[in-house]
Design a protein around this ligand. Structure first.
Ligand SMILES: Cc1cc2nc3c(=O)[nH]c(=O)nc-3n(C[C@H](O)[C@H](O)[C@H](O)COP(=O)(O)OP(=O)(O)OC[C@H]3O[C@@H](n4cnc5c(N)ncnc54)[C@H](O)[C@@H]3O)c2cc1C
Length: 456
């Protein structure tokens, strides 16, 4: 089966390369510093990059417009594959891509800067290194993990809303087994208990991938550890996991987690996270030395500082054209926005951020050209959830499947969506290597490990 997964990935990759060649864009000719019209984008994630690409497609060849993007890091992260970093089915570096490389053929400029605020009257984005002027602005700084004020959560739990933290989860789990191997006999309570808070897609993927790390990768390396003592617990606030996903797939996921001996605790919230235990709202206390937090998101600190109209969750309120209310020439896209209109809310997903980034860029270009803007319409393409060990849930435009077929489709689609040929080749190589060898279990330069102590 693994060789079939590999074959499908290869075909998907080759098909994309051919498609990519056919849709080369004309780059923007104007420079951001000198062009009479300056467009600034804040955030190089799914929303910001989609906006930059659409601006190039719409305004490409123009010398009157200069576009620059600011991001606090110089890479973009392919979040759907981040949980795969935990068992190291995919190498961490292979799910990140240099923003500078992406922009070279587009004529968009990139500056690695953390935006600390926006002066809407002066039309400037502020950073510690100075200000960046704009005529038009697209805000797409994403979100961060919400701990909802839960005592001890921020200090004692690890969230996986960064590549570094996905590695920290991996490193933390490995450390627990190093300790168990050293102690051999009686283990401290909760040493091999791993609690995951949040029954959405990210929490489910994280617990499934941690199961793979423990039972597929680590088991053979720790002969004196009783793996029967391992306890994986998923704490979920509602009455079932994966809210919003089709019930048949939710049941498939529940069965899958049960077969992996993952205990799912529904209708419970984490009330407190201690270094050695998690206290639940139903009164239970679970002794655990490892807690992973995937319970929700909130707007980034930049959004909190902005003087714009916000919704009850602190997200930027935009109109149906994705224009920021009361701020002419300013648009926003991605996890940081709430659209002020009737109808179901748009989910905080990569596909939504991409669609919003495109629409914001098109409406901005229409404003420059004196054309009418078009309202944003979200088209859900479906949902994909990785369940580890060659299994995934697939719901694409109403066509649903799970298990190994699901994993095959998951790999094909995300290899395509990964977007950059170098990353595709690297991830494909990771999957091929995974057919023949267990990922290594070393921890290099992680979790306080210095290059010196690690021998590097
Ligand atoms: C672990 C994980 C797995 C996920 N899996 C999936 C999935 O399978 N499918 C799916 O559809 N969605 C998934 N998501 C959700 C998806 O990643 C987000 O909805 C999407 O990334 C939102 O896009 P965005 O552009 O708003 O933000 P992001 O993609 O997060 O990009 C925001 C960018 O802004 C930058 N930034 C932030 N603040 C500043 C600042 N002050 N100055 C400069 N730059 C700044 C950040 O560095 C970042 O590059 C996942 C999320 C996580 C965390």
């Amino acid at each position: 089966m693994k060789s079939k997964l590999w074959g499908a990935g290869l075909i998907a990759g080759a098909a994309y390369v051919a498609y990519d060649r056919l849709r080369k864009r004309t780059p923007l000719e104007g420079s951001y510093a000198d062009a009479p019209t300056k467009i600034l984008i804040v955030g190089g994630g799914f929303g910001g990059l989609a906006a930059a690409r659409e601006l190039t497609r719409t305004l490409g060849g123009s010398e009157d417009v200069g576009v620059a993007l600011l991001d606090q890091v110089n890479y973009t992260t392919f979040w759907p594959m981040v949980p795969s970093v935990i068992p190291r089915n995919v190498e961490v570096r292979h799910v990140a891509h240099s923003i500078r490389r992406i922009f070279a053929p587009l004529g968009v400029e990139f500056f690695q800067e953390k935006v600390t605020g926006v002066n809407f009257e002066a039309h400037e984005a502020k950073t510690d290194n100075g200000s960046f002027p704009y005529d038009y602005l697209i805000l797409a700084p994403g979100s961060r993990t919400a701990f909802f004020g839960t005592p001890g959560a921020e200090e004692n739990a690890i969230d996986i809303k960064s590549l570094r933290n996905a590695l920290r989860v991996r490193g933390h789990v490995i450390d627990r087994f190093e300790e168990a191997e050293r102690l051999r006999g009686e283990l401290p309570e909760g040493l091999l208990t791993f609690v995951f808070v949040g029954g959405g897609a990210t929490g489910v993927e994280a617990v499934a991938d941690t199961h793979d790390l423990i039972f597929d990768v680590l088991k053979a390396d720790y002969p004196n550890v009783d793996f029967g003592e391992v306890r994986l617990v998923l704490v979920n606030a509602s009455d079932h996991i994966l809210q919003g996903i089709d019930p048949s797939l939710m049941h498939a996921a529940t069965r899958r987690l049960a077969s992996q001996r993952v205990e799912v605790i529904n209708n419970a919230k984490a009330r407190e996270v201690r270094p050695e235990a998690v206290v639940l709202s139903d009164g239970r206390t679970i002794p655990a030395r490892t807690t992973v937090w995937a319970a929700g998101i909130e707007p980034s600190p930049l959004v909190k500082s902005l003087d714009v109209v916000k919704d009850h969750r602190g997200r930027i309120l935009v109109d149906e054209f994705l224009s920021v209310k009361g701020r002419a020439g300013v648009y926003a896209a991605g996890d940081c926005i709430s659209i002020d209109r009737d109808g179901p809310p748009v989910p905080a997903l990569a596909q939504a951020a991409e669609q919003e980034g495109k629409r914001a860029a098109l409406n901005l270009a229409a404003e420059i050209k004196g054309e009418a803007p078009v309202p944003f319409r979200y088209r859900s393409l479906g949902q994909l959830v990785d369940l580890g060990e060659g299994s995934a849930l697939i719901d694409i435009l109403g066509a649903r499947t799970s298990g190994r077929i699901g994993a095959l489709i998951w790999r094909g689609i995300y290899l395509y969506e990964l977007g950059y040929n170098l990353n595709r080749a690297q991830v494909l190589a990771d999957w091929i290597i995974d057919l023949f060898a267990r990922p290594d279990t070393y921890k290099l330069f992680e979790d306080g490990d210095s290059p010196t102590t690690a021998g590097g």
